[in-house]
Design a protein around this ligand. Structure first.
Ligand code: NAD
Length: 345
């Protein structure tokens, strides 16, 4: 069995690593991870003003730059050995179904960033793609078979957001094919965990449902409204698994310019997710279903055959464990906000 490479085994501790979108959820966690691994030159970039970043990791160079601008991309990657592109205008279904133009415009970020990274001579470039790049025709039933990497083509991606991911993936593939740059592409399936958006319109189902349960307990009105009929199925990946997977995918020479699923294969319906939250919160809620709300595809799961074969690993945090930590964190955020303290969203 080949030894699995990671940043810790392949990079020098003073190599400059640039993490884009670092004011947000996943790239914020990635920045913290590299810092904890002992990397001394980390540059975190996000368009949000610094006070709005979800995490600011001590000792990291933080730049507030809009990466849809070519000149900002050149500045962001100066001297970089590795670049991670997790910057995108995105959110849960409520956001991506409503703001398709905003989602499509994220194509500017990857287009300028990969070109700048190429000319800066970076060794490796990572792009965060999504399960929304998959053909929606294959996701019309809650009991769908899990999506494998080849299911993106023939293409019929999620309108707006999914098409942007697909074309940006193609940039990564062609920069390798034509220019020899080492690129990595992971298709994330629903990531959740502490320091993720939990309110404000961009939050995704796990965080939104935790918040609703906390609000219900707090108000004493023991009801929860669910988008759709609750039978839609998904898999949810805990943030620590996502970060570990990003590191391994980025440094695997078997995966250069090769899109790969990075997701849990533990399929649950939204109703089952609500039951898990009720257990954690120790509450029973009356469910109402909003059939007019955005709900995305009927079913989606990650086929992990490829990641298991190549990396000998798959995301494996049980949903119940990850949701327990997430619920606790959101409950604390909720209490902080009520007390007038600053919170993530
Ligand atoms: P997030 O919204 O928390 O973080 C994205 C960050 O990108 C934000 O802080 C935002 O300010 C920043 N950004 C947006 N436009 C920018 C620009 N022009 N210049 C610089 N920064 C900009 O989202 P996340 O959940 O951390 O997602 C990270 C990446 O993973 C995104 O590419 C997203 O599409 C992808 N992804 C996430 C999930 C998920 O479940 N969270 C699933 C599939 C794919």
């Amino acid at each position: 069995m080949k030894k699995q490479q990671t940043a810790a085994t392949m990079c020098d501790k003073d190599d400059l690593i640039v993490i884009c979108g670092a004011g947000g959820f996943i790239a914020g966690a990635l920045t913290r991870y590299f810092c904890e691994q002992g990397f001394t030159r980390l540059r975190a970039v996000d368009k949000k003003p610094l006070p709005e970043w979800y995490q600011r990791v001590p000792g990291v160079e933080n730049l507030s730059l809009d990466l849809s601008d070519e000149a900002h991309c050149k500045r962001a990657v100066e001297g970089a050995v590795e670049v991670y592109n997790l910057a995108a205008d995105m959110g849960g279904m409520g956001f991506i179904e409503r703001f398709r133009v905003e989602c499509l415009r994220s194509v500017l970020i990857n287009t300028h960033l990969i070109e700048a990274a190429y000319w800066a001579g970076v060794e490796r470039y990572f792009f965060a793609s999504s399960a929304c790049a998959y053909n929606t025709e294959l996701q019309k039933d809650p009991h769908v078979r899990a999506l494998m990497e080849s299911d993106a083509y023939p293409a019929m991606a999620e309108r707006g957001y999914g098409w942007e991911k697909l074309i940006s993936e193609m940039f990564c593939q062609e920069y390798h094919a034509e220019r020899g740059m080492k690129t990595a592409i992971a298709r994330f399936h629903n990531v959740y965990g502490p320091y993720g958006t939990w309110d404000g319109g961009r939050e995704k189902a796990p965080a939104a449902l935790c918040r609703k349960a906390i609000e219900a307990k707090d108000s004493g009105k023991l009801e929860i409204d669910i988008w759709g009929d609750g039978n839609q199925t998904r898999s949810f990946m805990y943030i620590d698994d996502c970060i570990k997977g990003v590191d391994m995918i980025m440094h695997s020479d078997d995966l250069i310019a090769t899109p790969i699923n990075l997701g849990s294969s533990e399929l649950v319906s939204i109703n089952e997710l609500v039951s898990a939250i009720e257990d954690i919160a120790d509450v029973k809620l009356k469910r109402t279903y909003d059939l007019t709300a955005p709900q995305g595809v009927a079913g989606r799961n990650s086929d992990n055959t490829m990641i298991e074969k190549i990396l000998n690993w798959e995301p494996d945090t049980p949903l119940r464990d990850g949701m327990g930590k997430t619920y606790t964190w959101i409950a604390r955020q909720y209490a902080d906000r009520k007390a007038g303290k600053r919170t993530v969203s």
